[in-house]
Ligand binder design. Structure first.
Ligand code: IPM
Ligand code: MG
Length: 358
């Protein structure tokens, strides 16, 4: 029986609330999947750790995580420490340190959840956004000179490499091929940004013949936002740069009902390093400690983690339990218009896993 070694990094804000709930749900799954086994180790890294030690995680943090099969991550960010410090000190340090270059963000209208799109039947919104996760606008290149002076200059330089673009394209094509509709939309802003973005267009055209069974199209990112709202049924898999996909995936989460349900995985597809799984929502300080965070994003994330580990049956069982609870619409957290607490939603999903309502 293979034991999955999971590093649990709950992080800041509501991170610990939803990740603890997720670990409970994973433990409950074991009651129904006798072959499933986990070894969880918790790392209390994040902003409190930073305030005590001056670092978001220890210097050898990535080395400590290296021996795990996957990382189950909560959120990062706090009101009283600048975001770029918390982010670069933990989440991006892990993503970049472990070359997790494929960020995968599915959106679906789960049963019982009505998104803001009028007249959108559930099967019309079923997307996966593939976000380039290692370079582009998040490469960290740039600088500031003449600080505070009138001639101050600030530069954030996007870095696109042929190898980086090619591997994310191949990944996205492969994902599109595995889905029924086999449709891939590539998003850029190559009308205005005429270097790296045009290279994206070129490489897309070069990779396309390797996947003759995948239907493709291209969109500019601004036009893509309107297509997502007005013609959701025409979209299947989307591939875009780090920043473009960051923005599009928030829109996708909102259109599918709430930021509170959306999952994401940061994959190192070759498996050289562990991959990391996290709900897409952030630390949400406005509701931290109130016990009302929606844990469904963390549960869907856990299902993606199981799928990634080859535990397809368990992943499906968890997803079915989530959909049972959303579909029943009896236990609804505040972000979806109800009053249920994190614990009530978690209990309901655990009951659904146990089949208490069968
Ligand atoms: C996300 C988040 C992060 C990002 C933030 C916290 C910097 O918005 O995962 O989408 O932009 O990568
Ligand atoms: Mg984002």
């Amino acid at each position: 029986m293979a034991k999955h070694r999971i590093a649990v990094v709950p992080g800041d804000g509501i991170g610990p609330e939803v990740i603890d709930a997720g670990v409970r749900v994973l433990e409950t799954l074991r009651e129904r999947e006798p072959d499933l086994a986990f070894e969880f180790q918790r790392f209390d890294w994040g902003t409190d750790y930073y305030k005590r030690t001056g670092r978001m995680m220890p210097e050898d943090g990535c080395e400590q995580l290296r021996r795990f099969d996957a990382i189950y991550f909560g959120a990062v960010g706090a009101p009283d420490v600048p975001d770029h410090i918390t982010l670069w000190g933990l989440r991006l340090a892990i993503c970049q340190g472990f070359d997790q270059y494929a960020n995968v963000r599915p959106s679906r209208l789960l049963p019982g959840i009505r998104g803001p799109l009028r007249d959108c039947p559930p099967d019309k919104l079923d997307w996966v956004i593939v976000r380039e996760n290692s370079e582009g606008e998040y490469a960290g290149a740039g600088g500031r000179v003449h600080r505070g002076l009138p001639e101050e200059v600030g530069l954030d330089i996007s870095v696109f490499t042929r190898s980086g673009v090619k591997r994310i394209m191949r990944f996205a094509f492969g994902l599109a091929r595995s889905r029924p509709r086999k449709l891939l939309t590539m998003v850029t802003k190559s009308n205005a940004q005429r270097h790296g973005m045009v290279m994206w267009d070129d490489i897309f055209a070069e990779v396309k013949p390797e996947f003759p069974d995948v239907t493709t199209d291209k969109m500019l990112v601004d036009a893509m936002t309107t297509r997502m709202v007005l013609k959701p049924e025409t979209i299947d898999v989307v591939v875009a740069t780090n920043l473009h996909a960051d923005v599009l995936s928030d829109l996708a989460a909102a259109l599918s009902g709430s930021m509170g349900i959306a999952p994401t995985s940061n994959l190192n597809p070759e498996g050289v390093f562990p991959s990391m799984f996290e709900p897409i929502h952030g630390s949400a300080f406005d509701i931290t400690g109130k016990g009302i965070a929606n844990p469904i994003g963390a549960f869907w994330t856990a299902s993606m983690m199981l799928e990634h580990r080859g535990e397809t049956a368990a992943a499906k069982r968890l997803m079915a339990a989530i959909e049972r609870v959303t579909g029943d619409a009896k236990v609804v957290p505040p972000d979806l218009g109800g009053k249920a607490t994190t614990k009530q939603v978690t209990d309901a999903v655990c009951d659904a896993i146990r089949g208490a309502n069968d």
